[in-house]
Design a protein around this ligand. Structure first.
Ligand code: TPP
Length: 312
């Protein structure tokens, strides 16, 4: 296992003592204090990753290791894992599945070099990472594991200032977008036109998912039935609002959003109770992750133990 600049936080490792127990680990990091801090590694390499990787690739190419027959079994195993569609979901003709909305958005922006995507935090953030294709570096602005709701709109505005002619899209949740909604005013005042694509499920979906799957569906403070009307809210700022509620309306509405010269709040009303997979419950190991077709009642009931719950 080659770990490059890895922090080995618990979202990455799952249960520590079950984290890839049989692998030989190589850890490349510029900061010596990060080595052996959380995970014991067999071969630490302290250095600038750009140089280390260059050397590693050169040595790898010159070696005959990659053509050795012993690797066949391992490659077959990897191919078996890859063949599983871990991002599958059940499509609906009546209700917009959030994954489908992003697939349609992706279809509309595919091939364009001038697209910058930012996100807020939650299920929408993970779905954006899963269903949008990224062709070039530095086009994906997300707070990652730091999880800062409210980041996406200012980030999209910043990207738009830096790249005036580009298409800057903030993929948002209905809760996250409200954290910094006042920045719509900044966008309008400065003649910037970022688009916010809200996957509106009326829930703090990620919180609801954890409450459902790991806490016996005891939902607490994760539902909002008093959300603002995002179309009117956009208009109140002097921007444009678009709402879609049916899968068949998506393509035309997405085009309208992209072609619009003003900032847009795109209120995409999606299935409310969709869960985002794969998911590793707190305190569990990577090989115990829940995949969509495995998230049965039994798997969910056993998904988290008392030690795990205390981590949540
Ligand atoms: C400022 C801030 N507060 C709280 C959280 C914890 N948190 C993570 S995701 C989430 C809910 C996000 O809901 P929403 O924006 O509607 O996105 P969804 O999960 O429904 O896609 C919360 C409260 C956070 N990451 N940042």
């Amino acid at each position: 296992m080659i770990c490059i600049g890895a922090r080995f936080d618990d979202r990455i490792t799952g249960r520590l003592d079950a984290f890839s127990p049989n692998s030989t680990k190589i850890h490349v990091d510029i900061d010596p204090s990060s080595i052996n801090k959380i995970v014991h590694v067999d071969l630490p390499i302290v250095g600038d990753v750009a140089h280390v990787l260059e050397d590693m690739v050169r040595i790898w190419r010159a070696s005959s290791f990659h053509s050795q027959p012993e690797l066949k079994g391992w490659q077959t195993q990897i191919a078996k894992w890859r063949a599983r569609d871990c991002l599958s979901y059940r499509h609906s003709d009546d209700v917009i599945m959030p994954q489908y909305a992003l697939q349609r958005l992706n279809e509309a922006i595919k091939g364009r070099k001038d697209v910058y995507i930012s996100t807020e935090v939650g299920q929408h953030q993970m779905w954006a990472a899963q269903y949008l294709g990224f062709e070039s570096p530095n086009h994906w602005l997300t707070s990652g594991g730091f999880g800062t709701m409210g980041y996406g709109l200012p980030a999209a505005i910043g990207a738009q200032v830096a790249h005036p002619g580009a298409l800057c899209i903030n993929v948002a949740g209905d809760a996250s977008i409200l954290m910094n909604i006042q920045e719509m005013s900044t966008a309008v005042q400065h003649g910037l036109a970022p688009k916010t694509f809200i996957l509106n499920n009326s829930y703090m979906g990620m919180v609801r998912q954890w409450q459902q799957l790991l806490h016996g569906n005891r939902l607490s403070h994760s539902y909002t039935d008093s959300l603002p009307d995002f179309v009117k809210l956009a208009e109140a700022y002097g921007a444009k609002g678009i709402r879609v509620t049916k899968p068949g309306e998506l393509d035309d509405a997405i085009q309208e959003m992209i072609e619009s010269p003003e900032p847009v709040l795109f209120d995409c009303c999606v299935a409310q109770l969709t869960n985002c997979f794969p998911m590793i419950p707190s305190g569990k190991a990577h090989n115990e992750m829940l995949l969509p077709d495995e998230a049965t009642d039994e798997a969910v009931a056993n998904a988290i133990d008392t030690a795990g719950k205390s981590l949540v």
